[in-house]
Design a protein around this ligand. Sequence first.
Ligand code: 7TS
Length: 408
Amino acid sequence: MTDLRSLRSDFPILSRSINGHPLVYLDSAATTQKPVAVLDAMEAYYRTSNANVHRGAHTLAAEATELYEGARSKVARFIGADPAQTVFTRGTTTAINHIAYGWGLDRLKQGDRILVTIAEHHANIVPWQIIARHTGAELVYLELTDDYTVDIGELESVIDDRIKIVSFSGMSNVTGALGPIDVLSQAARSVDALVVLDAAQLVPHQPVDVNQIDVDFLAFSSHKMLGPTGIGAMWGKPERLEEMEPTEGGGEMINIVERHTSTWAPVPHKFEAGTPPIAEAVGFGAAVDYLDAIGMDVIAAHERDLTTYALEKLSEIPDLRVYGPKDATKRGGAVSFELADIHAHDIATILDQDGIAVRAGHHCARPLMKYLGVPATARASFYLYNVPEEVDALAEGLLKARQIFGLS
Ligand code: 7TS
């Protein structure tokens, strides 16, 4: 297993204890912990260069602008993109809302269809439902196969020229399954549909290069990849970003404002109304620098090994059912499970007593929960700072939960 354990000392929070036990943080799919490099970059910005961006002639304003735009270049480079096509947003949710409103609202009409999968996060369902309600378009779903991957066998019967947008996740935050990016984008192209990739769980965990995949838009969040909350990115093909309307108006996003009309600033600023999250951008830039220095290939290999180990350990626990692919090459490190008929919240509470942080609930994927026939699952999720001993602690905690509930 790729040994990244020396990195743990870069993350101050990992040395704290919870309920008298060392923290075992297995909730990185929800949000990740932050290395000193990110915390320092944000603090240094506030201590030495704090000013508003893009509008001042003074030195601090120039420094802040350089830091903000420098962060954009780093984030763009991280996904092989041009900074001019990389828009800072509040996160994945805001990015998908920009696309739904800015691209979909004017173009969709009655009879049109938006294709998603049943495994989507609410962030990739609800904006489309709202746009469907406004335009009369309809949301249609691809379902899953027995190994919890998207059932691409259904595509033939679903894909026709009513489909205008195909929007899906690169990796499920519940099942961990990787999305069939090439298959779905090819299917979309066969009917000239727009392709939107929710990469909230993909960009943090695997190398992603926008030149290697055929999508129109890609969305991801800083806080799921060691950076701060409050910022993320929307990458788009230049022609798509040009033709797309801004969804928020205000300062920073305009060229000329008259009494009754305005013209827009060039992309990406057209989509960044108001004072942006400057310190957060700086932190996001520091996070991608940190990930780059380790190498996304190394991180992906580490997580694959850890996930393989976790699936093995969990398979030894009686009455435990994993909702996700068994094959580690088809998945990432978000592992959802159910243990006998113990409620997921009880599992999370029992594990927390031993300092183990897992998530329990519907994971913002209610249609998926309904499809799986469960009210909730418990979910352990891994990142570069996790080690096999933490998987062992999880397995021991789950055996303890069995005992507490009288299961031998
Ligand atoms: N898409 C996926 C696949 C996600 O996992 C999430 C967040 C989002 C979109 C939304 O990202 P945001 O940064 O805009 O909130 N997922 C989770 C999770 O699994 N637990 O908490 C948040």
